[in-house]
Design a protein around this ligand. Sequence first.
Ligand code: SDX
Length: 451
Amino acid sequence: MSQTAAPTSSVDSLEVKDNRTGKVFTLPITEGTIRANDLLQLKGPGDETGLRAYDPAFLNTASCRSAITYIDGDNGILRYRGYPIEQLAEKSTFLEVAWLLRHGELPTQTEYNEWVHHITYHTYVHENVKRFLEGFRYDAHPMSMLCSSVAALSAFYPQAHDIHDPEQRNISTIRLIAKLPTLAAFAYRHAKGLPIIYPDNDLTYVENFLSMVARMSEPKYEANPVFTRALEILFILHADHEQNCSTNAVRAVGSSHVDPFSAVAAGIAALFGPLHGGANEAVLHMIKEIEHPKNIPAFIEQVKTGKGETKLMGFGHRVYKSYDPRAKIVKKLADEVFAQVGMDKDLEIALELERIALSDDYFIKRKLYPNVDFYTGLIYRSMAFPTDFFTVLFAVARTAGWLAQWEEMLLDKEQKIARPRQIYTGYAERKYEPKITDRFPGVHNKDPLRK
Ligand code: SDX
């Protein structure tokens, strides 16, 4: 007997028989999914709650419906709002892509001029933020500085908490995209012990970022056009990537209706991890550890026998089971940048590592191909960025995607505060019988350990 309304066609459904009760349920299939909540109607004898779906790390769970980014992992396809990443990387700019991700359409020239103007004139941060960053030690990791300074901005824009006001969402989006490069550059200069360089409104978004990072005593920074274009392309490639770990963090934190500065800070924290955005930094550490191409076979063996302890950083992906399309573009970019700065021992190791890994059955069987992080670190290093700054560059770019996803979540009528369930594996009820007799040692009673 069917327990739910018949779907549009009998093929767009599952007939599920619950062998505990003999009942048969029709579960509608829509957009390649079933609704987890439809499982609640399957109740065993004496079961009040019904079935739940168990999916640790969301390996096979759609958490939302999104129109922003499309990935086909088997065929190595990545599109932002339908536009292939290859075409955007070749012809677009990061700010045009940031507009596209949020609005769903390419900007008209008027829209684009206004957008660039607003971003350009919101690059400064309150002087107290500069002092806040000065409080860090010289060797503070720049991702820690970026994460905390972005969270701190929520204290400077209390009106950003009004996330239901489109104007507030708009100005917060402008502020975050405009100020991330400034905060990133300030963190860089702090680590170098150099005076900070304020934004220069005569420069483009990427040129201005490079100026805040690298300008010394010259009155005007002259960006290297190869580096400027390379960074523009890398920002485009890193701008969004559907429901990755950090975007999931931004959506989950944003679903509590906190301000976007706090939600983006949560995304930066997630991106910091070596399995996610921190991989580009980890790739360089791995290449340094290998040290010479002759050591690669032994390293590969260690990865294969290391029982998951040693990973080939920059390889593998939860979604891409073929070559990450971004990695192809970045590899070509690496060739152009190295033509500019000269071939590099680390690049030789990377190319040999990739060649060996792509022919080794262990990696082929597990569909482990280079991902976007494998070559980006080498390019950043050739541009003289320190290794611990690579993920900061990833965060600057991904802020555009996080904000588009954050707003899409807020405007999605189906979404509410993210609150998953669990399978409880702990104790059944038991009586409290403490092993301690002195509940406040050394505070209200004589401390037996303090002589
Ligand atoms: C990014 O999600 C996104 O979209 C992320 C991102 C984005 O733009 O937001 O694309 C950016 O984070 C790229 C990924 C960067 N991370 C790394 O390069 C770190 C190294 N890669 C791995 O840690 C791993 O591949 C992940 C985390 C990327 C994906 O892990 P999964 O999908 O959970 O896969 P898994 O860990 O279940 O691995 C399946 C098998 C396992 O072996 P077995 O237990 O089956 O024997 O493959 C092995 C893993 O041990 N494996 C690796 C490996 N990655 C997976 N073995 C060696 N080296 C690796 N890199």
